[in-house]
Ligand binder design. Structure first.
Ligand code: 3H9
Length: 695
């Protein structure tokens, strides 16, 4: 088996070990064994240098994540890398595409690295809730210094090839035939003494002499790490270079890697890695379905959503024409876009050239006819079915054949919108979340007649624009907001039963949400929810009363909480507490103190229960899609993986039993367990099991 994944050959005095393990040359057991054997065979044959090369589209995506949790297979990656580094003949890594995680660590164990300027070298383990576990935190600081090594290790963002060359990580930039170039390089370095990073502390000297700048950078990086364990472990691993030698630092790294790998946070983050990739697979849509080519996108509406969408698309490299009826609205919208870009630039999120480039790709127009040459149109006017239908009828006349016509509706029936055109197969929903230039989630809505290739196109465009696309079907609120609606009803019910807003929000925050649901309501504006309920004929006694009093939340200085002097800090308000008690009495409740566990359950179970129903109805394809939606669009803590993943870890049977208990005691129909939840509980199954094989 190892022969198939790794081949060994000679080119004169130079030995070549070549990995061939599609799709990303992950370093599974067979690959590691193949390299190990190849190294020893070539050393035994007396070669003067060795090139480590890879076939396919990329050098290596690192350790095989699918092997995690399975019994270890020798040789381990660290042992293999140490063995490569110990070689007396120089080993040259021929890197291209991406060298990530263990892939980069193996390249750091080699004595030289050569490759094109387009290569990306990175240690993204932190994004999987891990730290690099095969010497990366010890060798990278010894290669480029602790301060330069810290950000890529803590953020997981890769180092581009040209920067790697400047840092001395790439010993030669080779733009032509890489293997040939690497063999030629290997001939040049053959016979010269090798530099082993593990034994060279020179680059650590400046931080050892003065660690202040390092510590400041660490504090800055950790302030953005959402309290996750892995970034803090990454910092500590690098910091260990100050006090530990390579062997002890590596031991600490390896042990911490194993601790993190067996923890819940990493399990949740690995779940997300695979969920993001699964979400791009649509049932019945094979690999042969190609996206339509998209270069130019028209965005209709220069308001908050239109502006945010325009930014995302321009950042993604698309030419964007933003269309609005009034020049004034366009100028205002463009002004905000420019300000947002410059603000991000000032924080180091974009370079000046990137901002200039993005702004130069945006044009403005007051006529819908400006959408005529667009490959995709995204309508983002306010939520009104008649208005949207009239725009789509108009678009039908001006848009070129084959253009994807998408509505950024958050509630309306995409099929009705599609019916306003003569080409419903080209129509779908693309539901962005506010602020659209920041929020990662993109709920792509598959209309009844949407053709498969427009769904693939929307996924491709979404990814290119830095979004996490998830495809769902048409229903009221689609997946995310529909689950949120179920939770909102339960929150209001808990207030009627005796909980105060601060009680509910405290429990939500302790679970890991950045904000509690009532503080979120205040942020979004209580008038918004009120208007939606009115249109649907729904009621929410307490929220309705507050909205009717003009207490819209943060923007009016009062909602469920008070906000003093323009501050965003919610202050519990005795007036609201009284109002809640009165309303509770009006509805015949006897207030009680609700235990924190019950509050938490009743915050999470409605999401899970409604999620189960959404899956059962076929609105969402698989449970991991709902996790992506809630983590990336609704602030569900990443460390907990999402509501459906959390339910699986908690045990669907437990969730069902507790939910049933609350339902029986309260008689609240919103708490009645849905059939799929009951079915999984009764069969001892999980949402993940149920989702297997679905697309
Ligand atoms: C690590 O290295 C630990 C070490 O420090 C210590 C060890 C002791 N394993 O993303 P794509 C699959 S941890 C297994 O669509 P792209 C992926 O699921 C690892 N499978 O392609 C997908 O499968 P499917 C640190 C992997 O071209 C297919 O390959 N490394 C792995 O858009 C194609 O993937 C990382 O975190 C893997 N390591 O992007 C890097 N990687 O077709 C993770 C990918 O069934 N990988 N797959 O859906 C990536 O970032 C991207 O995959 C990469 C290619 C940039 C490489």
């Amino acid at each position: 088996m190892s022969e198939q994944k790794v081949t060994v050959r000679r080119d004169g005095e130079v030995g070549v070990i070549e990995i061939d393990n599609p799709p990303v040359n992950a370093l599974g057991g067979a690959v590691r064994k193949g390299i190990w054997d190849g190294l020893h065979d070539l050393q035994g044959a007396g070669v003067s240098a060795i090139v480590l090369a890879c076939k396919g589209r990329t050098f290596s995506g690192g350790a095989d994540i699918t092997e995690f949790g399975k019994p270890p297979v020798e040789p381990g990656l660290s042992v293999l890398i140490d063995e490569i580094e110990a070689s007396d003949v120089p080993v040259v890594a021929a890197v291209f595409g991406t060298a990530l995680g263990g892939g980069f660590e193996i390249a750091l164990g080699c004595h030289y690295r050569v490759g094109p300027s387009s290569v990306k070298l990175g240690l993204p383990e932190v994004k999987l809730g891990l730290l690099p576990g095969a010497g990366g935190t010890q060798r990278l600081p010894r290669a480029i210094g602790m301060e330069a090594a810290l950000p890529p290790i803590v953020t997981g963002d890769p180092i581009p090839g040209d920067e790697a060359a400047k840092l001395g990580l790439l010993d030669r930039v080779i733009e032509g035939d890489l293997t040939e170039g690497a063999i030629a390089f290997a001939r040049e370095v053959a016979g010269k003494p090798v530099r082993r990073l593990s034994r060279d502390d020179t680059a650590l000297a400046s931080t050892k002499a003065d660690p202040i700048a390092f510590e400041e950078a660490a504090t800055r990086l950790l302030s953005r790490s959402r309290g996750l364990k892995a970034p803090a472990a990454c910092v500590q691993a690098v910091r260990n270079c100050l006090t530990m030698d390579f062997a002890d630092g590596s031991k600490w790294e390896r042990e911490t890697f194993h601790d993190l790998r067996s923890g819940e946070e990493s399990a949740a983050q690995r779940h997300h890695f695979f969920a993001e990739r699964a979400a791009l697979k649509l049932p019945g849509v094979g690999k042969e379905v190609q996206p339509r080519p998209v270069k130019k996108i028209a965005v209709i509406g220069a308001g908050t959503m239109g502006g945010g969408i325009t930014m995302s698309m321009a950042t993604g490299g698309y030419d964007v024409v933003m269309i609005d009826k009034s020049q004034e609205a366009l100028d205002r919208g463009f002004g905000i876009i420019e300000k947002n870009y410059r603000k991000t630039q000032a924080r180091g999120g974009f370079t000046e050239a990137e901002v200039d480039g993005a702004l130069s790709r945006i044009s403005l127009a007051t006529e819908l006819s400006a959408a005529a040459d667009a490959d995709m149109v995204i309508e983002a006017v306010y939520e009104n079915l008649d208005l949207k239908k009239s725009i789509f009828a108009e678009l039908d006349k001006v848009a070129k054949p084959g253009a994807v016509l998408a509505s950024n509706t958050s509630t309306l029936d995409v099929d009705e919108i599609a019916a306003a055109t003569s080409r419903p197969a080209d129509v779908m929903g693309m539901h962005f979340f506010s602020p659209a230039n920041v929020m990662k989630l993109l709920e792509n809505i598959r209309g009844e007649k949407s053709s498969p290739d427009i769904l693939v196109t929307a996924n491709t465009v979404g990814k290119q624009a830095g979004k996490i696309p998830v495809t769902v079907g048409v229903c009221n609120g689609f997946a995310g907001n529909r689950m949120g609606g179920a939770r909102a009803r339960q929150v209001q019910r808990m207030l009627l039963e005796g909980a105060m807003p601060q009680d509910v929000d405290r429990v939500a925050k302790a679970f890991g949400f950045a904000m509690g649901p009532l503080a979120v309501n205040d942020l979004a504006g209580l008038d918004i929810g009120y208007a939606v309920r009115k249109e649907r004929g729904e009621k929410s006694p307490i929220a309705d009363k507050l909205a009717e009093m003009g207490r819209y939340g943060q923007k009016t200085g009062a909602g469920f909480y008070l906000y003093e002097g323009g501050s965003r800090t919610p202050i519990p308000d005795p007036f609201v507490e009284n109002l809640i008690r009165e309303t509770s009495a009006e509805h015949g409740f006897t207030p009680r103190e609700i235990p924190e566990q019950e509050i938490l359950d009743r915050l999470l179970f409605p999401l899970i229960n409604e999620g189960a129903q959404i899956l059962d109805e076929g609105i969402a394809i698989r449970s991991s899609d709902l996790d992506l939606i809630w983590v990336n669009g609704f602030g569900f803590p990443l460390a907990k993986g999402g509501p459906m993943f959390w339910a699986d870890r908690e045990g669907v049977g437990n969730v069902y039993e507790r939910l049933k208990g609350y339902y029986e005691v309260s008689g609240d129909p919103n708490l009645e367990p849905k059939p799929l939840l009951q079915h999984l509980a009764k069969t001892g199954s999980s949402f993940a099991d149920w989702s297997k094989g679905r697309g």
